[in-house]
Design a protein around this ligand. Structure first.
Ligand SMILES: Cc1cc2nc3c(=O)[nH]c(=O)nc-3n(C[C@H](O)[C@H](O)[C@H](O)COP(=O)(O)OP(=O)(O)OC[C@H]3O[C@@H](n4cnc5c(N)ncnc54)[C@H](O)[C@@H]3O)c2cc1C
Length: 343
């Protein structure tokens, strides 16, 4: 029987950022994940302090970006790179009124640091009403981040490449197969609905699609957004997405969503493009748009970390630290994200 501090179930942003806390604090752990495609692995990795529909900012935006930057620096110590590219986001205006709204909103103290007063025209893409520039944002190199993190987990024998079997967990002792855990943290994203201990938490799946495209004649280095993000990838291709759909609960690719993306991209760029990959997954969202974390109401040392919504990167980096401090030191969790609001 092996004695291990933490069992982490799920290796998307929630699980990996929590694993980072264990690594940082010298805790032993095993992370269970089959290694399949997840919402995190197909995400755009955008780190964006502004809601780009109406140009508002959101709860803890500055604090979360600061925490993510620090977290990526910490990871650099063992992964060798930060994977976080700090780059402006160019929001294509839909009409002249949006430029006026942008300039008005940037007078607000909470938005001044993020909305630039310079209005831009980008050469290679269609932006007849020009673009506003969002500052302090950026994106993760998602593919290499996951590859590198999993390589590290594998080399250090932290990764168990299998599904966690809930029936085999003894909830009194936290024994699972040949392992004796001190704590268990469930981070399964939308799949929490199959978790007999936490299926009661109100996660609502929000289906997202994205496409990876080859655009030979486009040399764009910046991220642009109209309805969806267009992001240059490390392999020379571009990421375009993602869509949002709360109604469609089927796991297959929906051709209508792909059509929405194809039309959106055709509007932005006049160059021919070839779709090299299509993906879909479910964001784990919560009606009040806050993560859900905390201790199981009945079982000791059994925790959940979920509901990262459309902001897996920022919520994952920020709240994993809070959850770890709660478990280790009893530091209170913010009421707004605590599981108690659903008990
Ligand atoms: C198209 C799209 C684009 C997005 N773009 C962005 C973006 O730009 N920026 C951003 O911040 N967020 C983005 N998101 C949202 C982000 O992806 C989610 O917030 C995030 O993925 C949630 O992470 P998670 O770890 O909770 O869940 P997931 O990523 O779903 O990971 C859960 C993991 O748990 C595993 N698992 C489940 N059950 C078990 C079990 N029994 N045993 C072992 N493992 C199990 C799953 O296989 C999976 O690997 C996007 C999402 C989509 C779909």
């Amino acid at each position: 029987m092996r004695n291990i501090d933490y069992c982490i179930v799920g290796g998307g942003y929630a699980g990996l950022f929590f694993a980072h806390q264990c690594i940082l604090n010298g805790k032993s752990f095993l992370l269970f994940d089959k290694g399949m495609r997840s919402a995190s692995k197909i995400s755009a990795g955008m780190v964006n302090p502004v809601v780009l529909k109406k140009f508002n900012t959101f709860w803890l935006a500055s604090e979360q970006i600061e925490m993510l930057t620090a977290t990526m620096q910490e990871m650099k110590c063992y992964l060798g790179k930060t994977f976080f590219v700090q780059n402006p986001i160019y929001r294509i205006f839909h009409d002249p009124n949006e430029e006026l709204l942008w300039l008005k909103k940037r007078q607000r103290a909470d938005l001044t640091p993020f909305l630039s007063d310079e209005i831009h025209h980008l050469d290679e893409i269609n932006n007849p009403y020009q673009c506003g520039k969002v500052m302090q944002g950026g994106y993760l190199h998602v593919a290499s981040f996951f590859e590198s993190f999993y390589d590290y987990l594998s080399q250090n024998e932290y990764w168990v490449q299998e599904l966690f079997d809930y029936q085999k967990l003894d909830t009194d002792t936290l024994q699972y197969k040949n392992n004796q855990f001190q704590h268990i943290v469930f981070c399964e994203g939308n799949a929490v609905q199959h978790n007999p201990f936490f299926s009661f938490i109100p996660i609502k799946p929000n289906k997202g699609h994205q496409i990876e495209v080859k655009i030979e004649e486009l040399t764009l280095q910046n991220v642009v957004k109209k309805k969806h993000f267009l992001i240059p990838l490390e392999n020379g291709n571009f990421y375009y997405g993602g869509t949002y759909d709360r109604e469609d609960t089927h796991p297959e690719i929906n051709p209508l969503a792909v059509q929405e993306l194809t039309e959106g991209l055709s509007w932005i760029c006049n160059q021919n493009f070839e779709i090299v990959e299509k993906n879909t997954a479910f964001r784990p969202t919560v009606a009040d748009r806050r993560p859900i974390m905390g201790k199981h109401p009945q079982y000791n040392n059994v925790f959940v970390f979920n509901g990262l919504g459309a902001r897996g990167v920022l919520n994952g980096a920020y709240f994993s630290r809070q959850l770890f401090a709660f478990i280790e030191n009893g530091t209170p969790i913010d009421d707004e994200v605590a599981i108690e609001r659903f008990l």
